[in-house]
Design a protein around this ligand. Structure first.
Ligand code: 2HG
Ligand code: ZN
Length: 464
């Protein structure tokens, strides 16, 4: 419970109606998409300006109050969970379009702007914001930046980091910093902007962002191909990416497809069943590109890598094929899955995939594992479904071992325990598989430099 004098000071900063104390609000704002921890914030505050954020953080420093930054709360690692009496600072009201610069093709927005709104704005200007994922209708730009969100077009456009040309932040000490100011080139020492990108709210609060927009994509085709094993998916990726400029290369298993088809009523891509499916997309950059794709498809069939396939004949068909992949994550929620979001370099993907599969089959034969992910980025989503007979706690204590074993394997392959979802609370115990002790110490020093009293999102990413 927040002491009354602090509540009064918060009222003075943002106004009484912007401080939420009702249980229902605390429950709503205190969790993210993981639903693994119980929400227990002391209050939720909704600032409207950067100066209000600054006053809140100064008050937090004086009162030794922990802060949890809150965006769309669509995260999958517990980064926005407030379970220990923290003050949630939600950016929902800082969602304005601040400035559009057509010549620079950049737009400055409040961190609370919904990703989909930024995408729509870009489209209205004849431009394109390419970072896209299933939760773009509710995730916020600030949260995307704090987690360096990836998505389904990373193979062509990169992660959120690639599109942030400026940030206005308040660091944990309560200073306002304007980082990079929209510049394309700026070689003036350490680029602090990039420290905030992916920092998971541990250094300060992202208040505004200047985002680079680009030209819209050309018309595209989508192919779904049936493949019998992991290694062949990588062969198919190699084959297509050598000759085509791919804008996506995703994969999912037959089990994933079965569940999406059963629960969303989608149609299967073709009648032949396969162990795995690759979904790839390419733009019509030349009149010959579709013929080239068909030629590559035939080559993959001849080599025995691909058993069947379909290519979209219309935008509607392309969208329906994408749904088979994009709806997997939401479909699986009913099984309370334990999620792993891991990566290795694409050149090591084939060997890695085989070893993970072997490990899982040998060590966890009773678990149902659903594979899918952004294979073109070396990023696998491995979801383990909770068997009905196990309680959530029993299930999780078993899964913790899976993560440790996969962590060891990742260390061997120089891979990452989190390709795109971030570390948060869920993966912090495994961070040492991807980061050396020296790196971890340096990260702690960086945190202290921005947040000397350790008020920003404590306990996330690592323990200080
Ligand atoms: C996706 O690629 C998302 O669909 C979610 O990153 C993955 O739910 C997951 O594990
Ligand atoms: Zn993903």
């Amino acid at each position: 419970m927040l002491p009354q004098p602090i509540i009064e000071q918060l009222f003075a900063i943002v106004g009484q109606s912007s401080v939420l104390l009702e249980t229902e609000d605390l429950q709503r704002f205190g969790v993210d998409h993981t639903s693994l921890w119980l929400a227990a914030p002391c209050a939720v505050v909704l600032p409207s300006t950067v100066e209000e954020v600054q006053s809140i953080l100064r008050l937090a420093n004086q009162s030794n109050l922990a802060i949890v930054p809150s965006g769309g709360r669509t995260g999958l690692s517990g980064g926005a969970v407030a379970k220990d009496g923290e003050l949630v600072v939600a950016l929902d009201r800082m969602n304005q379009l601040i400035e559009f610069n057509p010549m620079d093709r950049s737009v400055t927005v409040g961190a609370g702007m919904i990703t989909g709104q930024l995408q729509e704005f870009a489209e209205q200007q004849g431009l394109f914001y390419p970072v896209d994922f299933a939760s773009s209708g509710s995730s916020q730009i600030g949260g995307n930046i704090a987690t360096n969100a990836g998505g389904i077009k990373v193979i062509k456009y990169g992660m959120t980091r690639n599109w942030v040309v400026g940030l206005k932040v308040v660091n944990g000490a309560g200073d306002i910093l304007e980082l990079n100011k929209g510049l394309a080139k700026n070689n003036t020492g350490y680029d602090l902007r990039h420290l905030f990108i992916g920092s998971e709210g541990t250094l300060g609060l992202i208040c505004e962002a200047t985002i680079q927009l680009t030209r819209p994509p050309l018309e595209s085709s989508v192919m779904v191909l049936g493949v019998e094993n992991f290694t062949e998916i990588v062969e198919v990726l190699n084959c297509f990416s050598r000759d085509l400029d791919l804008s996506a290369f995703e994969f999912f298993s037959q089990q994933a497809l079965d569940k999406v088809v059963a629960h969303r009523g989608h149609r299967v891509p073709f009648q032949t069943q396969a162990a795995f499916y690759a979904l790839l997309e390419f733009e019509h950059s030349s009149p010959e590109v579709v013929d080239k794709a068909m030629e590559l498809f035939q080559l993959c069939v001849d080599r025995g890598w691909v058993t069947d396939g379909v290519i979209s004949q219309s935008l509607t068909q392309a969208q329906s094929l994408w749904k088979l992949r994009e709806d997997i994550s939401e479909t699986l929620w009913q099984w309370q899955p334990y999620k792993n979001d891991i990566s290795v370099r694409t050149s090591r993907m084939a060997d890695f995939l085989l070893e993970v599969e072997q490990l899982v089959v040998e060590r966890y034969p009773d678990f149902e594992i659903i594979w899918y992910g952004h294979i073109g980025d070396g990023n696998l989503h491995l979801n383990i479904l909770k068997p009905e007979v196990l309680s959530v706690d029993q299930f999780h204590s078993k899964c913790v071992n899976v993560s440790a074993e996969i962590g060891q394997l990742l260390a061997k392959y120089d891979g990452s325990i989190s390709a795109e979802h971030g570390v948060g609370l869920l993966k912090k115990d495994y961070l040492h598989y991807s980061r050396s002790p020296v790196e971890m110490d340096m990260m702690r020093s960086i945190k202290r430099a921005f947040d000397p009293q350790g008020i920003m999102n404590p306990g996330k990413l690592f323990d200080c």
